[in-house]
Write a protein that binds this ligand. Structure first.
Ligand SMILES: Nc1nc2c(ncn2[C@@H]2O[C@H](COP(=O)(O)OP(=O)(O)OP(=O)(O)O)[C@@H](O)[C@H]2O)c(=O)[nH]1
Ligand SMILES: [Mg+2]
Ligand SMILES: [Zn+2]
Length: 309
């Protein structure tokens, strides 16, 4: 039996790099072991440390998963109750955001940050493609940077095709395991290629008709950085369904809402229209950004719908 790191997940086949540096690219899960407590589409995820039993034909069985330091999860699809572990054992969840080409919705950004908060994973925002922004895009960029910075999230600007603009990120990522997430076409794979110093992942232009990504990356894969550390490149996602969140806990994961919520008259206040709500008061006074409130309400709504599904 050998131990190794899952560096690629392609449906039900995994690539495992064992401690001696060997790569086993056809590993499958033996039997039906399940991880206690979470219902996921697969019990093995990228970033897991697993035990494998190599077979004579070159394939291998995955026979166990070591306990995870952490993981981040999203719902597989809107209709599904099953969730998917995006990555395990990570140091940083970096969301790649484009103000334009394609437009990233900030309800999506907030869902991602909220999930990272719920799973206690440090998160940051990478604003990419800043070379393509017009004046209006640039002023929105500035506004969002200030907002998220004030909430305690580090924000970076990059032009993934220009090596100079990714130096800061390279320093931040050094010796870490970083998950790159974001919508399709925002430049995750381009960033990965720039940071790894070689063309390891396929990239593709946006569709000219829709200014949207083409879902070029289809598997989650992990790549070693030249100065130490790992980057996980993931397929672009359309949305980000929350998992197992109750409506009364969502405000815990919006940092500024949580701060004000402590002063609400009722301890179970959902900040909808309750009397003595300190969150609504703060929002009215402009102390909480309207877009963040909108994201909060959109998540609350989804929770309510979930109740009757
Ligand atoms: N102008 C400009 N183009 C960029 C930048 N970053 C990426 N691109 C281009 O955007 C397109 C999409 O980039 P990808 O790296 O394939 O995007 P992705 O996020 O990996 O997309 P998926 O794999 O579909 O999720 C490519 O044509 C890239 O060359 C940038 O900073 N500026
Ligand atoms: Mg990609
Ligand atoms: Zn309240």
């Amino acid at each position: 039996m050998l131990q190794g790191l899952v560096i690629k997940s392609a449906g039900f086949t995994f690539t495992v790099r064992t401690d001696d540096g060997q790569v086993h690219d056809t590993c499958r899960i033996k039997g039906n072991f399940r991880i206690r407590g979470i219902r996921t589409t697969s019990p093995v995820a990228i970033g897991d440390i697993v035990s494998i039993e190599p077979q004579a034909d070159g394939t291998a069985w995955i026979t166990g998963v070591q306990q995870r330091r952490n993981y981040i999860i999203r719902r597989a699809s809107n209709l599904s109750k099953e969730s998917q572990i995006m990555a395990a054992n990570i140091d940083l969840a970096a969301l790649v955001v484009t103000i334009n080409h394609p437009k990233t919705l900030f309800t999506f950004v907030d869902r991602f940050l909220c999930t990272a908060e719920a799973y206690r994973i440090p998160a940051c925002l990478i604003f990419n493609k800043t070379d393509l922004y017009n004046q209006e895009d640039l002023s929105e960029l500035k506004y969002k940077e200030q907002l998220y910075h004030s909430l305690g999230y580090d924000c970076y600007r990059t032009v993934a095709l220009q090596p100079d603009s990714t130096r800061t990120l390279a320093a931040v990522f050094k010796n870490k395991t970083v998950l790159l997430a974001g919508n399709s076409g925002v430049g995750k794979s381009t960033l990965l290629n720039q940071l790894s110093g070689q063309s390891v992942a396929r990239t593709a232009n946006l569709s000219t008709a829709h200014d949207k990504g083409m879902h070029t990356t289809t598997f989650t894969e992990m790549y070693q950085l030249p100065d130490g550390g790992w980057i996980i490149d993931s397929p672009g996602v359309r949305g980000f369904g929350m998992v197992d969140m109750k409506s009364e806990e969502i405000d815990h994961y919006f940092r500024e809402i949580f701060q004000h919520a402590k002063k609400c008259r009722f301890s179970n206040c959902l900040h909808l229209n309750e009397p003595g709500c300190a969150v609504l008061k703060a929002a009215e006074e402009g102390l909480i950004d309207p877009c963040r409130m909108e994201s909060y309400y959109s998540m609350m709504e989804e929770c309510e719908q979930g109740k009757y599904r």
